[in-house]
Design a protein around this ligand. Structure first.
Ligand SMILES: Nc1ncnc2c1ncn2[C@@H]1O[C@H](COP(=O)(O)OP(=O)(O)OP(=O)(O)O)[C@@H](O)[C@H]1O
Ligand SMILES: Cc1cn([C@H]2C[C@H](O)[C@@H](COP(=O)(O)O)O2)c(=O)[nH]c1=O
Length: 218
């Protein structure tokens, strides 16, 4: 019998270092014989990538930003995530719904209750496909939260690329985003693994591997 699908998300403030570790984890799963779908949010489909370009570069208010994130996510769920999980793939996703609560909720100050309603709407089950039958919201099986002080992340990003709308925010914004992630992690401690990202790459990789060990996935 094919292995059931597995959904792992990678979260953290900009520059935390999550992208650095996604490819290594994909290689580990492939070496274990698993089919891997590597994707990201906002993005992952042609439509969602167009939304990403708008959300990262065009001026807009917090509600517009939140609506765009969920619109992109719905298309991504329909086109990529749900079909991949149904095939039995390991889905490695660079950000998912926790990012909306952390950035639009924590960072922009948008209220969490409204975000929860949008989350429900974006996952409206019948329209996600006949195979998508579930009673609860789709959440990752594991969320790796790369936690780092904003000043350290900013130093890593400095000069690396032209900053987008989020990357150009002040440290205080990322303090609030980080607090948003902490709140999500506290609410669902079994799903979240906090990775201390303020360490050399090898030490971070060891923590990532330790978070996977014991779950029987690799
Ligand atoms: N442990 C580390 N120590 C020092 N520098 C690191 C470490 N991990 C990653 N970096 C560097 O920090 C920068 C940001 O890393 P990366 O792009 O992986 O972060 P990210 O969390 O994916 O950021 P973003 O969400 O903004 O794309 C890169 O230049 C990367 O080489
Ligand atoms: C999913 C999601 C993302 N964001 C923000 C977080 C980042 O600043 C960018 C994505 O860029 P990355 O370098 O690929 O991580 O978008 C957000 O504000 N809300 C979300 O839901």
């Amino acid at each position: 019998m094919a292995a059931p699908g597995l959904f792992i998300s990678f979260e953290g403030i900009d520059g935390a270092g999550k992208s650095t570790h996604i490819d290594a984890l994909a290689a580990a799963f492939r070496a274990a014989g698993r089919q891997v779908t590597l994707t990201r949010e906002p993005g992952g489909t042609p439509l969602a990538e167009k939304i990403r370009a708008l959300a990262l570069h065009e001026p807009m208010d917090a509600l517009t930003e939140a609506l765009l994130m969920f619109a992109a996510r719905r298309d991504h769920l329909r086109q990529v995530i749900v079909p991949a999980l149904a095939r039995g793939d390991v889905v490695l996703c660079d950000r998912f719904t926790d990012a909306t609560f952390a950035y639009q909720g924590g960072g922009r100050g948008f209220d969490w209750q409204s975000l929860s309603i949008l989350e429900l709407l974006a996952q409206d089950a019948p329209a996600l496909g006949a195979d998508f039958v579930q009673k609860t919201l789709l959440q990752p099986d594991l969320t790796l939260w790369f936690d780092i002080p904003p000043a350290v992340a900013a130093e890593r990003l400095a000069g690396a690329r032209v900053p987008d709308r989020f990357e150009s925010q002040p440290v205080a914004f990322f303090d609030a985003v980080r607090a948003g992630y902490a709140r999500r992690a506290q609410a669902e401690p079994q799903r979240f693994a906090r990775i201390n990202a303020d360490q050399p790459r090898e030490a971070v990789a060891d923590e990532v591997r330790a978070a996977l060990d014991g779950r029987g996935w690799l």
